[in-house]
Write a new protein. Structure first.
Length: 279
């Protein structure tokens, strides 16, 4: 990822340098610029300084803008053919795009941009030996537009990132609620298992005692007690199987309707009859 970003920034810097050199090499575009200085080695060096620092625009956007704007102002002051300050404009766009610089020290940012803009326009005025009205208006339009566009793109990215973060938080919250509901349902099932097993063991204990006491003097009632034990044990095993199956199903949440709770007061009559059958 780091190498890819560096490659993109290097491509942007080389493209800006090529455009800047092409504008400088084109020479004067009208008679008022006939005395403009031809492109030479110094011009190539200044154009390079006004372009190639864009490679570091992610690490030091404000410093990159300052260097490129100063080099562009030097080109204007040395009477090279005027043209749009491509390097500083691109650097200013990325400066508006950088959230850390925009939020950290806005007063330093504003002062730096204002000073370099005044330097740029002043250098153009010195080279033309007149009030730089056109560079002033063009520079304000180009630099202002670059800053506004970069700032708007930054705000849009931040809004998108915030919406994505909200969606992730909502998804995590929903998952947490689902797990909490499943845990609560499993706890209820565990309580039901305890109640069902405890109820069955008590009934079996009573019926076993009755069968032991009645096995000699009343074999019929003793057999009835044993049948009750068998019936209660079979029903309890079925309930326990159902409850344990639900507890073991970790792949899906437990729905409240999947497991029937043990009978409450509504099953009191059936319990009394089962005990009464054995006396």
């Amino acid at each position: 990822m780091r190498r890819r970003e560096l490659g993109i920034d290097a491509g942007i810097a080389i493209l800006v340098l090529a455009l800047s050199l092409a504008l400088l090499a084109s020479g004067a575009v009208d008679d008022s610029e006939a005395d403009a200085r031809d492109l030479d080695a110094l011009g190539v060096v200044l154009a390079t300084v006004a372009s190639l620092p864009l490679v570091a625009r992610r690490r030091a956007p404000l410093a990159v803008f300052a260097v490129t704007a100063a080099a562009s102002a030097a080109l204007n002051g040395l009477d090279y053919p005027p043209g749009p300050p491509i390097g500083p404009t691109v650097a200013l766009f990325f400066l508006g795009l950088h959230p850390a610089v925009t939020r950290a020290r806005p007063e330093l940012l504003g002062a730096t941009v204002a000073v370099l803009f005044a330097l740029h326009v002043g250098a153009a005025g010195i080279a033309q030996n007149e009030f730089p009205l056109v560079p002033l208006l063009l520079g304000a339009l180009v630099w202002g537009g670059a800053w506004v566009i970069g700032d708007r793109v930054r705000q849009r990215r931040e809004r998108i990132a915030e919406l994505e973060e909200r969606a992730l938080r909502a998804e995590r919250e929903a998952e947490r609620e689902r797990r909490l509901a499943a845990a609560e349902e499993r706890a209820r099932i565990a309580r039901d298992l305890h109640d069902s097993a405890g109820h069955a063991i008590n009934v079996i204990l009573v019926q076993a005692g009755a069968a032991r006491l009645l096995q000699e003097r009343d074999p019929r009632r003793a057999r009835a007690a044993l049948e009750t034990i068998e019936e209660v044990a079979r029903e309890t095993v079925g309930e326990i199987d159902q409850l344990v199956r639900a507890l073991r199903d970790e792949g899906a949440p437990v729905e409240p309707d999947e497991v029937e709770p043990p009978p409450g007061l509504a099953g009191l009559d059936a319990l009394a009859q089962a005990v009464r059958r054995a006396g």
